[in-house]
Design a protein around this ligand. Structure first.
Ligand SMILES: NC(=O)c1ccc[n+]([C@@H]2O[C@H](COP(=O)([O-])OP(=O)(O)OC[C@H]3O[C@@H](n4cnc5c(N)ncnc54)[C@H](O)[C@@H]3O)[C@@H](O)[C@H]2O)c1
Length: 252
């Protein structure tokens, strides 16, 4: 198993990519702290991991709140005795629509969940990783951060910020043996799909989006989880500051 002896925290693990990452990590031997703002979703994923023979614990957390982030660290220490990998996956978007129609409170919420969360994660886990002498961050950004489409301007900007700050963190934290990488998924049929498309989820509307992806389909939670599995494992011990597109060629 590729993550034996590792403890991982996965935020937004109650659905979509986060659920896929948490289950893949558990299958590969990691003990997983399932973090989500949605209790039912997080508990469901945790129970499914336990039923499959894995090790997991659910902790409710709003990643935009400092106290909740600190509680993730103390919960992981109490439950599993350490933390090796933090996957900052929780994220949200405004509905796809003209940029000036997005309201200030939506912008603030978006940047708190997508960007401030990385700041809070760094403030919480970097001191711990420094003491431990190693650590891994994986930040889920998006192809939106490098090939923006119209209608998602503020979301695109938030993911651009995640990409740049991940690279900057990698440069600054390398001497501490802390690796920081990004995964850039292309669109997927997860909870955010309708908001991303801005139109009803019909086969015709899906086709408009998949037509721009050379491999001709959306990404899946397994696609993203497999990339995170590699980046979280010791096989990637010399990989930092990378942004891995998992996008069927969309960004070519
Ligand atoms: N779905 C896509 O097409 C797509 C494409 C590129 C990138 N992404 C990114 O992937 C990540 C996961 O998205 P997804 O598609 O799996 O969405 P999703 O809606 O299926 O899952 C997101 C999860 O995050 C949780 N969450 C939301 N706000 C939170 C908060 N403040 N604190 C803790 N948990 C919170 C939700 O409860 C949910 O369980 C996001 O960062 C998103 O921006 C998604």
């Amino acid at each position: 198993m590729r993550l034996n002896d590792k403890v991982a925290i996965v935020t937004g693990a109650g659905s979509g990519f986060g659920e896929g990452i948490a289950k893949t990590y558990a299958r590969e031997g990691a003990r997983v702290l399932v973090a989500d703002i949605n209790d039912n979703a997080g508990q469901r994923v945790t129970e499914e991991i336990l039923k499959a023979g894995g090790q997991a614990k659910f902790v409710r957390a709003d990643v935009s709140k400092s106290a909740d982030m600190v509680n993730l660290l103390s919960s992981a220490l109490a439950a599993f005795g350490g933390v090796h990998i933090v996957v900052n996956n929780a994220g949200t978007t405004h509905r796809n629509r003209p940029m000036l129609e997005v309201e200030e409170d939506e912008f603030d919420r978006l940047y708190a969940i997508n960007v401030k969360s990385i700041f809070l994660s760094a403030k919480t886990f970097v001191p711990y990783f420094r003491t431990q002498g190693a650590g891994v961050f994986i930040n889920i950004a998006s192809t939106a951060g490098i090939r923006p489409r119209p209608g998602l301007t503020w979301y695109n900007g938030s993911k651009g910020a995640v990409i740049t700050l991940s690279k900057s963190m990698a440069a600054e934290l390398g001497p501490d043996n802390i690796r920081v990488n990004c995964v850039n998924p292309v669109m997927s049929a997860t909870g955010l799909l309708t908001e991303f498309m801005g139109v009803p989820d019909t086969p015709e509307n899906r086709k408009r989006f998949t037509a721009t992806i050379p491999l001709g389909r959306f990404s899946t939670p397994d696609d993203i989880a497999n990339a995170c599995l590699y980046l979280g494992s010791d096989e990637a011990s010399f990989i930092t500051g990378a942004c891995l597109e998992v996008d069927g060629g969309r960004c070519v």
